[in-house]
Write a new protein. Structure first.
Length: 187
């Protein structure tokens, strides 16, 4: 049998075409179940940094925008009229926002200074910790920023309630759901 050309290889990837060519009765073949990941058999991290780079492209602009907004707040005319408790919320939000910006940008700076990387997998593990910590501080900063802004606009009770809702939303979507999916072996 002659070697298939590129177009034939593409056709052979189609499972029905493949089954027909090798003589299987497609009705007799059971569909494959989706494999579940066993955490003990997860392949070792290869140190590819592209997925981490994509994640940082989402997180960094959020931290930058929040920090830029917060830097301008003390210089507005109404900042001196804010009650002391709200100034404490502002300070906590500002510090958390800047900390998240530092933690989320650290992998890029470190990568540039360490190049060439000797152990990509180890570098990725270390920077993943920084990204998770930066995401945690960004989570808190977003909740506090929600409370700070809405307390000024709609009052303390509504601001706190909405900030609590944002905290639950971030907790579920950013922290709990990925852990659940991983524990279930779905992703």
């Amino acid at each position: 049998m002659p070697r298939p050309n590129a177009a034939q290889c593409i056709c052979l990837r189609d499972s029905q075409t493949l089954r027909a060519r090798i003589g299987y009765n497609s009705a007799a073949i059971q569909p494959l179940k989706e494999p579940r990941l066993d955490p003990a058999h997860v392949p070792a991290d290869d140190g590819d940094l592209t997925d981490m780079l994509g994640e940082l492209r989402v997180l960094l602009p959020t931290a930058q925008l929040l920090s830029a907004f917060l830097i301008t707040v003390p210089f507005t005319a109404g900042f001196s009229a804010i009650v002391a408790a709200e100034k404490h919320v502002f300070l906590a939000t500002f510090v958390l926002s800047v900390a998240s910006l530092i933690l989320l940008s650290a992998p890029a700076v470190q990568h540039r200074l360490i190049r060439p990387l000797v152990n990509r997998a180890k570098f990725k593990r270390l920077t993943t910790f920084q990204i998770v910590l930066g995401s945690f501080t960004l989570s808190l900063a977003l909740v506090f920023a929600t409370q700070f802004v809405l307390s000024e606009v709609l009052g303390h009770a509504i601001g706190s309630a909405v900030a609590g809702g944002m905290a639950v939303l971030i907790l579920v979507l950013w922290w709990m759901l990925p852990k659940f999916w991983r524990a279930q072996g779905h992703l």
